[in-house]
Design a binder for this molecule. Structure first.
Ligand code: FES
Length: 110
């Protein structure tokens, strides 16, 4: 744990930076949570991996611009905010601060 301006952060290394592929999503696990990691326009994003609509993993879905499309019913979320973008999803997914440093992908699970 470390202090930062926003309070106490809990940055955890969840993947190697080299695992990320521009415009794609991968799965990771940290602190018992299933995460989905995205590299979009050179920026890393992290969200929960489980869709809020049903039993599907977003890491098996499709990235389009800043959206992830669920593989099961094609609901879409904005990976920057977690907001649902179209039916049938109505509940947002949780998003986590993420960064790349020292060749690793870090997610703040605080
Ligand atoms: S399970 Fe994801 S849209 Fe239905």
């Amino acid at each position: 744990m470390q202090n930062d301006e926003a309070g106490v952060a809990d940055w955890v290394a969840v993947a190697d930076e080299s695992d990320l592929i521009e415009g794609e999503v991968i799965a990771a696990v940290a602190g018992g949570r299933e995460l989905a990691l995205y590299l979009i326009e050179g920026e890393v994003h992290a969200t929960d991996n489980k869709c809020t609509h049903g039993d599907a993993r977003l890491s098996e879905g499709f990235v389009m611009d800043h959206c992830i499309e669920c593989p099961l019913h094609q609901g879409q979320f904005d990976v920057r905010t977690g907001e649902p973008l179209c039916a049938p999803v109505t509940e947002p997914i949780r998003v986590w601060p993420a960064k790349c440093e020292q060749g690793r992908v870090w997610v703040d699970l605080a």
